[in-house]
Design a binder for this molecule. Sequence first.
Ligand code: S3P
Length: 177
Amino acid sequence: MDSSHPSTDHLILVGMMGSGKTTVGRALAARLGRPFFDSDNQVELDSGKTVAEIWRESGEAAFRSLESEALREAVQSPVPAVIAAAGGVVLSAPNRAILAKGGTVVWLRVRPETSAVRVRSGSHRPLLDEHAEATLRRLEEERGRLYAEVADIVVDVDDFSVDQVVEQVLVRSRARR
Ligand code: S3P
């Protein structure tokens, strides 16, 4: 195999803010001995700014464009990676096409009442204010069908620990091979 070609065997996590993509993704990468990419982190590395700064100084559209670039970079990895794709990645049709070609897409599905508690830590979510649960519920209504469209596997995370979610993703992604 020519190792300079992008892998199409990535494990890609999608889902709402607070669904655990970064935490679960990091643990999965460690278990599988794979590199880990997080699109928000990649945007910050590429731009030298935090997500909040980009959003404040240049607006959401500028952030979304950097986010698409970060996703393209992540799937370029020639070795299979674990990729945490931030919550809004699915909003763009070209991004959804990249996800579909990039490997196995796992939707970490979370109820808004669960994610609202989890998003209290973290400062990279300018969409959320003190009404996080209502906003998450509205965004979930808008995006749910998009996550469903791209997902090969759906894992409901609400009642499970990080280790249990990791285990489910491993078992179910292996079963697809
Ligand atoms: C967003 C999700 C965030 C971050 C930004 C916008 C969204 O990432 O990219 O605040 O639109 O859902 P996480 O999904 O990692 O929280």
